[in-house]
Each structure stands twice: as structure tokens, then as C-alpha cells.
Design a protein around this ligand. Structure first.
Ligand SMILES: [Zn+2]
Length: 137
């Protein structure tokens, strides 16, 4: 069996080899493991154009299979990107906490003054709940 066709980014100076096109080549198309000299160089526009033409030309069942495979990969990519974003957020939060506590322990920053009023409030509440608890009993 022939090895599969591959499309790879191309960054050297050959021009697109399609008929009547002379744009910069951006893609090398050939067989996996095949000689580089046997590849064909395509520009972005011609690659898009042939991709569209292939999708139109393919038998329906094969086209559906391809679209399903592409759709699935896009969904998987979205899901994994969301996971990565969530993890990055968690890492950033943890780093901020570490930085904050290291600055506090190094004496660069005093413990936030904002905490004091927060600590006072619960004690007021506790007295209130004690009183209520006592009233219920
Ligand atoms: Zn071209």
C-alpha cells in the first residue's frame, strides 16, 4: 500500500507550482517518508481552493466521514483548551498566593490591614449567635 499523503508547512523560497500561479509557496504536499524533491509546492490560495474542490467532489459518505472527523477534533480541541485555561487560572491564583505569603513572611508587606475589620465582625456575630443560642435554650 502506498504511504499516506501529507501536507506540511513550507518556508523556503519556491513559488506555488500550480498552473498559472506564482504566489509564494506555503505548503509542501507529498507522500509520508517520500523524497522532498518529489513534493509539490502550493500557496495558501491554491491549497484552500483544492480543499474546497475535494470536499465538493468526494462521495457523500466519505465527505460526511471527513466532516465528522474534523468536527470531532475541533470539539476535542475546544474542550482541552477550556481545561488548559482553567488550569492556568488555578496556577496563576496559586502563584499569587505564594507571592503574597512570601512577601508577608519576608516583611516586605504587612498582613493586609483589611483583615482586621473582617476579624472583628465575626466576634460581633459570635456574640449575637451566642445570645440567640442562649435564648433558644
Ligand atoms: Zn498557488
Amino acid at each position: 500500500m502506498l504511504s499516506k499523503m501529507i501536507v506540511e508547512p513550507y518556508s523556503q523560497n519556491l513559488r506555488c507550482e500550480m498552473n498559472r500561479c506564482s504566489r509564494k509557496g506555503n505548503w509542501a504536499i507529498g507522500r509520508e517518508g517520500g523524497p522532498k524533491a518529489a513534493r509539490t509546492i502550493w500557496c495558501d490560495d491554491c491549497l484552500r481552493s483544492i480543499t474546497y474542490a475535494c470536499m465538493k467532489a468526494l462521495p457523500d459518505d466519505y465527505r460526511e466521514e471527513l466532516l465528522a472527523a474534523i468536527g470531532l477534533k475541533l470539539e476535542e480541541e475546544k474542550a482541552s483548551n477550556a481545561k488548559v485555561e482553567e488550569l492556568e487560572r488555578q496556577i496563576a491564583d496559586a502563584q499569587a498566593e505564594i507571592l503574597k505569603s512570601s512577601l508577608v513572611s519576608a516583611g516586605v508587606v504587612r498582613k493586609p490591614a483589611a483583615k482586621k475589620p473582617v476579624q472583628r465582625k465575626p466576634s460581633v456575630k459570635n456574640e449575637g449567635t451566642k445570645a440567640k443560642a442562649g435564648a433558644k435554650k
